[in-house]
Design a binder for this molecule. Sequence first.
Ligand code: C2E
Ligand code: MG
Ligand code: MG
Length: 744
Amino acid sequence: MVIKGNLYRVLLILIFCLLFSLEAADLLLPNFFHSIKMTSYLTIAIYIVAIFTLFLLTKEFDYKADELHKSQQKMKNIFDTLDVAIWSHDLKTDTLLITPGIEKLYGFKLEAFYENTDLWKEVIYPEDLYVLEERAKKIAMGENVTSQYRIVRPDGEVRWIQDSGIPTFDSKGEFVDFSSVLFDITDRKESEGLYQSLVEMSPDIIAVVYDGKIEYINEAGCKLIGAENQEQLIGQSAKNFVAPQITDLIKNKVFSPNKAENERYNFEFQVRRINGESIDVEMAARSILYVGRFAIQVVGRDITQRKKSEQTIKFMAYFDSLTGLPNRNQFRNHLNEVLHQQKNNMHAVIFLDLDRFKIINDTKGHSVGDIILQRVADRLETAVQNDGLVSRQGGDEFIIVLEDVDKENASLVAKRILNEFSNPIEVNNEEFYVTPSIGISIYPTDGSDEETLIKNADTAMYQAKERGKNNYQFYSNNLYGISTWKMKLENWLRRAMEQNQMTLHYQPQIDLNSGKIVGVEALIRWYHPEYGYIAPSEFIPLAEETGLIVPLGKWILREACEQRKAWKDAGFSDFPIAVNVSVRQFQDEQIIPFISDLLEEVGLETNYLELEITESLMQNLENSTIILNQLKSLGVLLSVDDFGTGYSSLSYLKHLPIDKIKIDKSFVDDIIYHSNQGMMVKTIIDMGVNLKFTVIAEGIETEEQVKFLTENACQIGQGHYYSKPLSADKLEKFLNEDKDHTPS
Ligand code: C2E
Ligand code: MG
Ligand code: MG
């Protein structure tokens, strides 16, 4: 349309020009035109065309003015909606033009700005007034300048304004015009501010890396790396702090052509701090547009503590915290792995228990016990070397798996272990002789699964203990026979009491200073008509296991009390009779009334009965305290048998109504046989006396032991040195002959 309209106009002008030139020619060459009689027609045509052209031109002007108005209106509308104001000052004519948009920005009427041309300055937020100085300087130099400042509107609202000033100078260098475009940028500023404070204040590390260099890092990031401020890090290569493989990996992932929009990737890696230490971090990375370029944004945190805790938990799950050795869990996993190998090799399981460790722990305290266990762990590892895995099962029990070994190699390792323990362990300038008892089971001969192998190594370890400790024993198939033997024994035991096969023997207890008899211990004897003598150590555990100890124990108590009553009646009045009572007997709720009724029935004063309990009763301290207090309130005496082999500690005992402790024979043996020369006995006596217990030494066989014991203030002794356990008749004779038993 426009092209067509223009064409018409050009055509008309051309026609007009043609006619006009013809008219001019008519003036110059009238004869020629007159001759063809065209003059008047030409003039008329010229006028018509001129009028028409003028008409068209007027129309065109009207149209242009209308268009201009419309576009101005359109612009005005746009400016009005845009939160924009334009300030234009023609300095030559001093004409100021301000668009009405300023009202929306500043909250003042347009006229107010015309009336006071400094109003825009006066409403600037005081803290931002500083921008004006620099702005004025730049404008004076003819530079365009964009400033951002806050204004306070009449209603008190604070808005952010972006003000772009454009000065114009003429060719003479005179300042002729100044325009300024003003925007309300409050929303952007607020979200920017919010974002910035979130980033700055974030406890997480936030950083932007472009082209391998740190472009931005927040305060948390600085702290993490150990920098004092951001300037110290900005511009530095990320590779200064993170391994190049990691930075490359992140870059490749984040800029991978296959990645989805806004996809972020999580990484865990180590950051090297400025001071050289390494910390663990977890980071999410993604690409962002930063200052117009695609950069990597990372957000993450320090997880060193979490990693450490994870490691500790893992360690605790699989390692023994005291010795650092693999624990039961790891041992079982390892053993299973070894057993599931598709090889037909032999393996060995070594079960190891420390002899007399408990007593060291109880007398010297757990801290010494702990150090000893750590040293034991070291020694075991030295002995086993790379032949197997040493684990601690708990307490003083260790299990070792030897992979691909036959019996011969296993016994070599066992010997190496025993050899490692030939020297004492020194703790706080004190020497401790700790020896192991070792039981060994071999895969596949002694079992094909973990349970059986451990159980059989354990059984073999007990054999080693029975054979005098500090030695090793292989599990033997003969032990299979045990169960048949046990069944036979159980049957015999059930009938033994009815058939009067049981008797009590009595072993005197001697005052080590005066040599006088101060007590007797009743010990059961079983003579089986076919089998012969069966030792208490063989049938008492079975009686306990089967519960037969309850009726048997009652019989023993009655027998002992009656015997004691008889001796009392015979004139032997000044010592108690000690009766061994198993833990199992205390599970019978009737035990206390039974004892009380029995003493009454027999007519024996309660202080004539002494009950020997074992430390295993103390395992349940709460329960044993109740029982022992009840017994004590009956008036009977209480002693702890085999002290040092069980679970109690002297410190527990002091809270219990105990009268005596009996030092186990194994410690008394140490006086002469062991290189520590009775150190344990001495310690027990010292502590026992301190806690006001009477201390009895069991199993005295030599004069040397008696000497040692008396020198170390042990009060009472019992053992073959004085007398073996005797039948009632024989003991009566012994009583009659009661003489000075002090060593000559
Ligand atoms: P125990 O109560 O510690 O008894 C001491 C054991 O050491 C007794 O063994 C005794 O004969 C033995 N003995 C004493 N002096 C010496 C010595 O100088 N050298 C040696 N080599 N041994 C000595 P026995 O009678 O075989 O009893 C073993 C264990 O059986 C007892 O240890 C006790 O725990 C248990 N027992 C014995 N009789 C009874 C009983 O009537 N009831 C209960 N519940 N257990 C009993
Ligand atoms: Mg005893
Ligand atoms: Mg004993």
